[in-house]
Design a protein around this ligand. Structure first.
Ligand SMILES: [Zn+2]
Length: 476
């Protein structure tokens, strides 16, 4: 063995370890040092600022970055990395690169608004004002570093190191990343699941099953929980809409701009085509969602068979019936005066900001209306308070009664659940030498670890932030 191929492989867990936010893992293999993900840590303001603005390495020492998908908790700190000296390539699928450019711009905008609010509140000005973590200019500066790679095509960094993106079935462009490290005549295969999706989700192909791997870095977001079946989403959605139509009410759906909104549109399209719901007006009232939907239309290479067939027959789930994308604030406000039945999809998904707030202010007090939650509602968010059944809520400057029906659907989750994760790992092959569970709250990762141990698997780790491991260490 020469020197390059005899060194142990280092894995360092720098974020998204013991938590679902701020994913970042450093790998040193075959004389290369690179990152998997560079996510934004989202949490208490001061802690987030400290974690996001300081890297536990010199960004200029990182050779390249592999990005599994565009969600901000995986991609959102790339502008800081570049600003602080990283000059290497950012490899991702082309759909991920496109989505990331829109999502990072949106993230810069949110950070700007956040510090502006704080500066006002704290009475800061001049030198003392707080600065955003990064600006729209910083986002622009990092975009040339992106290099797109197609799915299933092995990229050889050199004879000793390669990587390949496979479908993860989580959001448009999302990937499972397979690393190949040559040691002597043996190729060590390390699989990183990124965020693992689910089978049968609309639009996307199912997650690719990687096999015969040596090490697995697996997400564990829902390691201890089970989802409602994807197949039942249509029926539930139809029931909710038909009841609202009978009562002449509005259906207001707070939805994340990426994937969730498009999946809901796809289901609505299907229900309407099959005449399971009447063709009521549907409004997408979120500029980010409209932009993201355009990106979906540009990436048919990510579609599953069903979606391809639809397009071949000139059907379009993103432009059908009485679906309308709203751009201006005036048009958005005019919906408040419109009589039901109609449906609004708006952001943000947890009702923390954006146009959804105005729709809730006008929609919550009327018992004919339905607020339909289709995504996870984190603790402390307005969405969580409403789903917990409060009778009155504060929104912006006012307080409003909650008389509308509150519905929740968990069918649309884009993450594998416990059952999916256990099955996925079981099919990875019997020769796994080590499993690292990341991207999960401790209770979820713990439950998954137990399930894997019950299957007879060994060397299951739940790394904490900062933990490192040496793989294939000849000294041991
Ligand atoms: Zn994700």
């Amino acid at each position: 063995m020469n020197q390059t191929s005899s060194q142990p492989i280092l894995l360092k867990f720098l974020g998204g370890a013991g938590t679902v936010t701020g994913s970042m893992y450093l790998v040193r293999a075959a004389s290369h040092t690179f990152l998997l993900e560079c996510g934004l840590f989202q949490g208490p303001r001061q802690q987030a600022r400290q974690i996001n603005s300081t890297f536990p390495f010199l960004p200029k020492d990182i050779e390249f970055l592999l990005l599994s998908h565009a969600h901000i908790d995986h991609s959102g700190n790339i502008p800081t990395l570049v600003k602080q000296g990283f000059g290497g390539k950012i490899y991702a699928t082309s759909a991920t690169a496109d989505l990331a450019s829109v999502m990072l711009a949106d993230s810069a905008h949110i950070q700007f608004e956040d510090v502006e609010y704080l500066n006002r509140k704290l009475g800061l000005w001049g030198e003392a004002t707080l600065k955003p973590l990064y600006t729209p200019e910083d986002v622009q500066a990092c975009l040339p570093n992106f290099e797109s790679l197609p799915y299933r095509e092995e990229k050889k960094v050199d004879p000793y190191l390669s990587f390949t993106f496979f479908d993860a079935g989580h959001i448009l462009g999302s990937s499972i990343i397979l690393l190949g490290v040559l040691r002597g005549n043996e190729k060590i295969r390390i699989c990183f699941t990124g965020d693992l999706g689910r089978k049968h989700l609309p639009i996307l192909r199912d997650p690719h099953q990687v096999q015969d791997i040596d090490y697995l870095i697996a997400e564990s977001t829902y390691g201890s929980s089970l989802h409602d079946p994807v197949e039942e989403a249509g029926r539930r959605l139809a029931d909710i809409i038909n009841r609202a139509v009978a009562e002449q009410g509005k259906v207001i759906i707070p939805a994340f701009a990426v994937e969730r909104a498009q999946e809901v549109l796809y289901e609505l399209f299907r229900l309407e085509t099959e005449q399971k719901i009447p063709a009521i007006p549907i409004f997408v009232d979120s500029p980010l969602t409209a932009k993201v939907t355009e990106i979906f239309r540009r990436h048919p290479e990510c579609y599953d068979e069903e979606m391809r067939k639809l397009l071949a027959s000139r059907e379009d789930p993103f432009h059908f019936g009485r679906l309308h994308y709203i751009r201006s604030i005036e048009e958005s406000k005019s919906l408040n005066r419109m009589a039901g039945p109609f449906l609004i999809i708006s952001a943000s998904g947890m009702c923390e900001s954006g146009r959804i707030l105005h729709h809730l202010i006008h929609g919550l007090p009327d018992p004919r209306n339905t607020i339909l939650f289709v995504g996870f509602q984190a603790e402390g968010t307005l969405g969580r308070r409403i789903t917990e059944g409060v009778k009155r809520v504060r929104i912006l400057e006012g307080e409003y009664p909650v008389r509308a029906r509150i519905e929740m659907m968990h069918n649309f989750s884009a993450h594998a659940d416990r059952h999916d994760l256990l099955n996925y790992v079981a099919a990875c092959g019997k020769g796994i030498k080590g499993i690292f569970l990341v991207h999960g709250e401790p209770s979820q990762a713990q439950g998954l670890a137990q399930g894997l141990a019950d299957m007879g698997l060994e060397n299951i780790h739940r790394p904490a932030r900062g933990d490192s491991f040496l793989l294939e260490d000849p000294a041991r």
